[in-house]
Design a binder for this molecule. Structure first.
Ligand code: IMP
Length: 427
């Protein structure tokens, strides 16, 4: 059985959570592979809304097992809170949720550093979520991080804590952050270790046992391709690989295990935080998309920047991820526009046109979009369940996305609920 992967094709918030809800129900094992509590997925459990940041949303499908893979940086306190909330609402978590012993931990000191660094950046604020993601990945790469397994085995925990604090001490002090005492951090880590213990596994073994058993594995991506540390709009990116490569390395699955790569994109574009965004609309149209699409961050509540669909950016994301199927979400939000902008190229200050996403953030920021104007559609699409229920101009728009991105649009999101989806079936 081949595995499937799900990736964001824009700057995050593409509606991946809803697609995971739909697609993970057919999986045996759902794996979160990268990022951390910077991700946010609003779910309805027991009639109440909650936001899951770390627990894969597959947990809501009763037969599905979920793994937080080693590519994730894990805020243990946050995870334990989510587990409590889920259990209080009747979701069975024990025995269904597993955490890789190789995953690195996010400590309060990482959150403090993230927030202090961000507030000290005069110009060039990244607009991070303040969840400590960057500093935790820094420790991982600098080889002074602490992993979940280190809490289980208790091996030289004090030495590890001393080394990780020593590596950060000068920066913490220069930012005016207090440096935690080793003993204090140790007792916190030990408590987290005790509480996490029932969930901790060898994640690579879990993934490969599932593969050997012919189970259906689903890799759940977080953030989006344009926020990828290598392929995104660096430095206005997150600190993990949000592309297919990150999902493989963060789960331990080999490339040839993945048969389907679902790319999720909104029918328009949004971005939270700073960085280039060529199709951004800082006008009434942008406000209308934000209000109608309820475009406010689920992790930080920040208003999202909104704009038209960016063809070159979406095509770039489809290409680097080898997307086999697109899920185009929130087409209902665009109902009622007479004309809809679809960026088919960029134009630089010298008037040169291009269709590629430049590596230089300065060059990208200077680009202006070149639009093709397509006819809009009208009406409440919430009841559409089949292609035949969709207006002809929306079908033309979908064809334009397919032609431009060289990938088939299989799913079309027509509203916020799980049921608000048109599935065009296998090609
Ligand atoms: P960090 O991941 O908190 O370091 O934030 C880096 C950048 O990625 C900021 O612009 C954030 O707004 C953005 N970001 C991180 N996670 C998400 C997400 O799940 N959705 C959308 N943007 C995100």
């Amino acid at each position: 059985m081949t595995a499937s992967a799900l990736i964001g094709l824009q700057w995050g918030d593409e509606g991946k959570g809803k697609m995971v809800d739909i697609l993970a129900a057919d999986a045996d094992l759902v794996v979160r592979c990268q990022g951390g509590s910077n991700a946010g997925h609003t779910v309805e459990v027991g009639g109440e809304k909650s936001v899951l940041h770390l627990v894969p949303s597959g947990i809501l499908a009763p037969e599905v097992r979920c793994l937080i893979g080693h590519g994730v940086v894990l805020d243990a306190e946050q995870l334990l809170k989510e587990i409590e909330t889920l259990e209080a609402r009747g979701v069975q978590v024990a025995g269904r949720l597993f955490v890789s012993d190789r995953a690195h931990l996010v400590f309060p000191v990482h959150r403090a550093l993230d927030q202090a660094q961000e507030s000290k950046r005069a110009k060039g604020k990244i607009g991070t979520t303040g969840k400590g993601i960057g500093p935790a990945y820094e420790d991982k790469v600098a080889r002074c991080g602490i992993r979940v397994g280190d809490l289980m085995r208790g091996q030289d925990l004090e030495g590890r804590i001393t080394r990780t604090l020593d590596a950060k001490r000068p920066r913490l002090e220069s930012l005016g952050c207090s440096v935690p005492a080793v003993a204090e951090m140790r007792s916190f880590a030990e408590e987290m270790g005790r509480r996490l213990a029932p969930y901790v596994v060898d994640g690579v073994e879990v993934v490969h046992a599932a593969r050997r058993a012919g189970e259906r594995i689903f890799l759940e991506g977080a953030q989006g391709s344009l926020l990828d540390i290598d392929l995104g709009t660096y430095p206005f990116v997150t600190s993990s690989n949000a592309n297919i490569g990150g999902l493989l390395s963060g789960s331990g699955l080999p490339a040839n295990a993945v048969g389907r790569v679902v790319g999720v994109s909104k029918a328009y574009t949004t971005r939270v935080g700073s960085g280039p965004f060529p199709t951004e609309l800082e006008d009434a149209t942008g406000n209308r998309l934000r209000e109608r699409g309820n475009e406010f961050g689920s992790t930080t509540g920040r208003p999202r920047r909104c704009g038209w669909f960016d063809g070159p950016a979406a095509r770039f994301a489809c290409a680097v991820n080898g997307v086999t199927d697109i899920a185009l979400t929130k087409v209902d939000v665009m109902s009622g526009f007479e004309k809809i902008g679809f960026a088919v190229a960029y134009e630089g200050p010298d008037g040169q046109r291009s269709e590629s996403v430049p590596g230089s953030v300065e060059e990208y920021a200077a680009k202006r979009p070149v639009y093709e104007w397509l006819a809009g559609w009208e009406g409440d699409l919430g009841g559409a369940r089949r292609e035949a229920d969709l207006p002809a101009s929306l079908l033309d728009y979908i064809r334009a996305v397919e032609d431009y991105c060289h990938a088939r649009v299989r799913w079309i999101g027509v509203g916020p609920g799980r049921e608000h989806i048109v599935d065009r079936g296998e090609a």
